[in-house]
Every structure is written in C-alpha cells, then in structure tokens.
Design a protein around this ligand. Structure first.
Ligand code: GDP
Length: 397
C-alpha cells in the first residue's frame, strides 16, 4: 500500500494473472479523510479505451463496479462531508458555462448558503424548545414573557426569510440565464441586431416586414454572464393570423424577460413611443441604423448600427453593467427553485404560527417551518429528494 495521500508511481498488474495493464500513479485516502468520507483509492492512468476496459475488467473481478452519476457526491453528503446546497454546487460547477455561473457555484460550494439556512434552523429550533417548555409548564398559564419572546423572534426570522426571498431571483437567473427580449416595430433591425451581437447568422434577416414570426432564442456568454437573447416578431397591427400569433408571443416574451431592448429606426424617434408599455428601468431604447442618419433621440437611447457594428460594444457594456448590478452579488443567494419552495413553505408556516390561537398549534407550525428549512441543507427528512437531486449529476462526480 502506498502511504496515505502520497502519490506513488506504480505498475498496474491484473491480479488474476493477466499481466501488466498500465503504468501510472496510485493514491490512497483512508477514511474518514477522503472526499466521500470512506476509504478511497485513486488510479491515475493513461485514458485510452483499452486501458480503461482492462482496468474495469480487473476491478470487476475484485467485486468493484462503476459509480452511478453523482454517487461520490451522494456518499459525501450521506457521510456528512457536505450539505445538500454544497452537493448541488458541485453539479452547478460541473455544468457552469460562464464565469458568473462558475463564481456563484464556487461560493455555494464554500458553504455560505448552507450556513445561512442552518443558522435560521437553529434559531427556529431554539424558539420551538422554549415554546414547548412553556407548554409543558406545570402551571395552567404560560409564562407570558416566553410567549412574547417567541412571537418577537419568530417574526424577526420571518422578516429575514421574506427579505431573502425578495431577491429578484438573482441567484436562479445567474444559474440559468438572464433573459433579454429584443422588441420593436417591424424592420427596425431587431434580427440584424441579434446577429451583430452573436456575430453569427442566428436569426433570419430580411427586408420584408414581418418575417420573424416566432421567437428565436440564442444563448450567449455576455461578459461572463449567461444570457438568452430572444428575437421577437415586429410590433404592428396585422390581419394575418400567423403574424397576430407572432405578435402575441412577442408581447408575452417581452413581458417575461428580465431586460428588453426596444429597437427602432434612429431616423424615426416617434417609433420609440410604444416602449413606454414596459418598465423603464429594465427597458433599453436602442436607436438602430445610425449609419443612415439620426433624428432627435429620446433620453437614454443608445445609438447603434447593426450593419456597421457602431455602438454595439457600448450596448453590450451597458447590458453587462446592468446585469452585474441587478444579478451579481457576493452575499449568499438561493440558486434553485427547490430552495425557494422550501423557504416559501417555511415562511407560510411561520406566518401561520403568528396567527395561531393555541400555543400547541403555534409550536406545530414552528416545527413545520423548521423541517422545511432543514430540507434545503438536507438536515431533515430528505430521503425522497435525493434521487431527484443526484439525477442531474454526471458520472464521476
Ligand atoms: P427586423 O424586422 O426588426 O428584425 O429587421 P431586420 O433585422 O430584418 O432588418 C430590416 C432591414 O433593415 C434589413 O434589410 C436590414 O439589412 C436593414 N438593417 C438592419 N440594421 C441596419 C443598420 O444598422 N443599418 C442599415 N443601413 N440597415 C440595417
């Protein structure tokens, strides 16, 4: 056996007498100081198909098998090496495609998010213990001081959870993508702008009005941020049923997007008026075709030419700045719908407990809130969740 945690150069031989298999490095991590908390041996070999096949056959004869996707992380979780939010961070790190996604996953792997939720869990448990002690009080009447304290502290906790939930879904947006819809009148150059941004022919441009009838989406890495750009149908009245449907989808997409680029012809500033239908803070006016001339632009409009590329870099810088300000954040943020659901459940239970008439009912609601918080980090009943969570891991993680 090599000494623990020291790489040793070794010749790997088939114990069943099949001869030498490969030449490589061997490492040995005795439990509990290993990634999973169990005994772990690591073989660093030449990655050829025949080498791996021969090793797998030899290991198979020794009773070993390939790990399931996520099995290492799952064992690490079951052995208390990390909590569920950290396990999810490993899946996110493996899937990260942009810098912002990578940074966010690494922060979560550091455990700040889990620590925040565990802190809340512990506070709840203390409140619950106080309340239950008060309920069991030999006297008929509850000591009013304890009741008041529990009410005050659980309201403070509810306030903190509510503030954490009202985060504009920034963590979830950075984990998935920030969606930006390109809207505006027909022929303003929306498809051309999308192409100029992605620098490839992702959308069809054409001089005939109303060619983009459906919504075309392109995922891009914008200065390190994951972004989905959606090109939509031109906003105009039409009798054509397909075009009407395109318009309906364009409006729905624009409403659902985090940011909107309202594109209009720089020579026709009056075309920008419909942009007022969306919130100004998240709707950017883009005056296109400035190579052809420019009228008196509305305040804040960015002048670009999708044709010559003028102003495009400035537009991208502006978008990256907005995304950084609105979605990037060093504080621990919830990154998954799963976290949000558990937090919302906990918050509902806390609020119910405030209105409950009987202390026993109040205690029951506090207990439900505590259990729901525990499901995020995996400290309470999560057996049913594990298969779902570890299903989107890749093999070897
Ligand atoms: P959409 O209907 O808003 O998607 O508009 P398109 O992208 O299809 O563009 C409509 C027409 O305007 C096409 O003929 C484009 O080549 C042209 N166009 C788009 N952007 C510019 C630009 O910046 N300058 C000039 N000169 N023409 C442009």
């Amino acid at each position: 056996m090599p000494p623990p945690r020291r790489a040793r150069h070794a010749r790997l031989r088939d114990p069943a007498g099949g001869g030498d298999i490969d030449d490589g490095l061997v490492l040995w991590f005795p439990a509990p100081a290993s990634v999973t908390g169990e005994d772990v041996a690591e073989f660093q070999v030449h990655g050829g198909r025949a080498v791996l096949a021969a090793l797998c056959v030899a290991f198979g004869r020794m009773g070993l098998r390939l790990a399931e996707p996520g099995e290492f992380t799952r064992r690490a979780f079951l052995n208390g090496k990390l909590d569920l939010t950290q396990a999810e961070a490993i899946a996110d790190l493996a899937a990260a495609e942009t810098e912002a996604q990578r940074r966010q996953a690494l922060r979560q792997l550091d455990g700040a998010l889990g620590a925040l939720y565990r802190g809340w869990s512990e506070r709840l448990l203390r409140l619950l213990a106080h309340l239950e002690a008060a309920i069991d009080f030999p006297d008929e009447d509850l000591p009013p001081r304890i009741e008041r304290e529990v009410a005050r502290d659980s309201e403070a906790l509810a306030g903190e959870i509510a503030a954490h939930l009202a985060d504009n879904r920034r963590g979830e947006r950075l984990r998935d993508a920030v969606s930006i819809a390109i809207v505006g009148p027909p022929n303003a150059g929306k498809s051309s702008l999308l192409n100029a941004i992605v620098q490839r022919e992702a959308a069809i441009t054409s001089p005939i009005a109303g060619t983009t009838r459906d919504v075309i989406e392109v995922a891009i890495d914008l200065a390190g941020y994951p972004v989905v750009l959606a090109d939509t149908a031109g906003l105009r009245e039409s009798r054509d049923a397909i075009e009407q449907e395109g318009l309906r989808r364009a409006l729905a997409r624009a409403a659902a997007a985090e940011l909107r680029l309202f594109v209009f012809d720089a020579r026709r500033p009056e075309d920008a008026a419909p942009a007022a239908a969306w919130p100004g803070a998240t709707t950017l006016l883009v005056a296109n075709k400035i190579d052809l001339g420019c009228g008196a632009l509305p305040a804040g409009a960015l002048a670009v030419s999708a044709l010559t590329g003028e102003g495009i870099a400035g537009l991208l810088g502006n978008l990256a700045g907005r995304i950084a300000a609105d979605y990037d954040c060093a504080a621990p943020v919830l990154t998954r719908a799963r976290h949000r659901e558990s937090l919302e459940f906990a918050l509902d239970a806390l609020r119910r407990s405030h209105d409950a008439k009987l202390p026993e009912l109040r205690a029951e609601d506090l207990r439900l809130a505590w259990r729901s918080l525990g499901r995020i980090t995996g400290s309470t009943d999560v057996e049913d969740l594990l298969d779902v969570i570890f299903a989107d891991f890749c093999i070897g993680k």
